[in-house]
Design a protein around this ligand. Structure first.
Ligand SMILES: [Zn+2]
Length: 387
């Protein structure tokens, strides 16, 4: 097969055309990337889900047996459901300097740049290999990258450091908050609403629990333990509430979905520990008095560790040097960088496009930012050849 050479825009057009919304398969995109890499003589390895519907992809350009520099991106995108787009989200559309399409910014623009750089990396006499790490299911809690991280240093060669290309407007990001997601199930007892003493109102108990979360949220705002972040504190958010049957029935069940985003300087378990204690001591006893079957159960549904790159982090100092930057930033969204760093791989977030366009209708990336990122990858190639 003849080696495929595309412009950043042409490559992005191909990637955007694969509808890789997280709840769908990403295999057609992975097959395309495999074929592309093969056309340049690069082998790649899948880390697949058991049902075979989704896969990560790992590839090495350069020598084996030496820890490499990882370039990491996710292949999935958020849904376009209920969003009002003025263009077809899965057909890359250029308007002036902007390239519109779902994932153009978050983060197929980055993936297009690194794929297009494969022949350039390959043409160099690299001393340090470049590793490509493509994942799935990032947008549903950074779950897809975890099996691939587990294989690093085992079936897959381990990187020395990882650059995660999430949209940072080409700023070097060395810190982000952690994410902790939960579902709380409140079980009471049904009765006629004229006989409230015979039942346990699950929605009103849930209301007490939600009020406590609101109270803790306001308390966090006064702490000032995240001055680098916007907002500069741990925040708590209840996002979905379901419960009840009819106006004249004391509701038996209520479920609510909530999360908090904690600044790296805080104890990541503080909010959930205090919430459980409050439920146990202040809400459950009264419910139990009316019904011994009453319960409050909170299930963790997701967690992404914070990124707090340590002083002297190799990933951060190298990226600053290659990008010609001298300042680092912190962001409030979670990324796979926290997981890489937690697994022992020095990590940094640095990518084209702005988070302001991510997940929004009419998502776009500036074509010039993709070109600028390719310039950064040139500097990376120089570094990997010399060191
Ligand atoms: Zn993303």
């Amino acid at each position: 097969m003849a080696p495929q050479i595309l412009s950043n825009k042409e490559m992005l057009e191909k990637l955007v055309a694969f509808d890789t919304t997280s709840f769908k398969t990403n295999i057609p995109l992975i097959e395309f990337v495999e074929e592309y890499l093969t056309s340049h003589g690069i082998e790649s390895m899948r880390v697949q889900t058991e049902d075979g519907l989704k896969s990560s992809l790992h590839a090495v350009i350069g020598p084996t047996g030496v820890p490499g520099i990882g370039l990491s991106g996710h292949t999935d995108v958020v849904p376009v459901t209920d969003q009002n787009w003025s263009t077809d989200p899965f057909k890359l559309t250029q308007k002036g300097s902007r390239l519109y399409g779902r994932g153009s910014c978050d983060m197929k623009g980055f993936v297009a740049c690194i794929l297009n750089h494969v022949p350039k990396f390959k043409a160099r006499d690299l001393k340090t290999p470049i590793h490509l790490l493509l994942s799935y299911d990032e947008e549903v809690g950074c779950t897809g990258v975890r099996p691939m991280i587990d294989e690093l240093g085992k079936r897959l060669p381990a990187p020395r450091l990882v650059i995660v290309g999430e949209p940072t407007s080409m700023k070097v990001v060395d810190g982000h908050k952690s994410i902790h997601a939960f579902e709380t199930y409140v079980t009471g007892k049904e009765s006629h609403s004229c006989n409230p003493h015979l039942g346990v109102n699950a929605i009103m108990a849930a209301g007490d629990l939600i009020s406590e979360l609101s109270r803790m949220d306001r308390e966090m705002q006064t702490r000032g333990d995240g001055p680098r972040f916007n907002p500069p504190y741990t925040n708590i958010s209840v996002a979905l509430v379901e419960g009840g049957t009819a106006r004249n029935i004391t509701p038996k069940s209520c479920k609510f979905t909530w999360l908090y985003r904690a600044v790296p300087a805080s104890d990541p378990a503080e909010i959930i520990d205090r919430f459980e204690k409050f439920a146990e001591e202040h809400v459950l006893p009264a419910m139990k008095q009316a019904s011994s079957d009453a319960s409050i159960e909170t299930v963790k549904t997701g967690e992404v560790p914070a990124l707090g790159a340590p002083e002297g982090s190799e990933a951060v100092s190298l990226t600053l040097k290659l990008a010609g930057a001298n300042e680092t930033f912190a962001v409030s969204y979670g990324t796979e960088g926290g997981l890489f760093e937690q697994a022992g791989f020095s990590s940094v977030i640095f990518g084209p496009g702005s988070i302001d366009q991510a997940h929004a209708p009419d998502e776009f990336v500036e074509e010039s930012e993709l070109e600028a990122y390719s310039g950064f990858l040139d500097a990376l190639a120089d570094h990997a050849e010399a060191n």
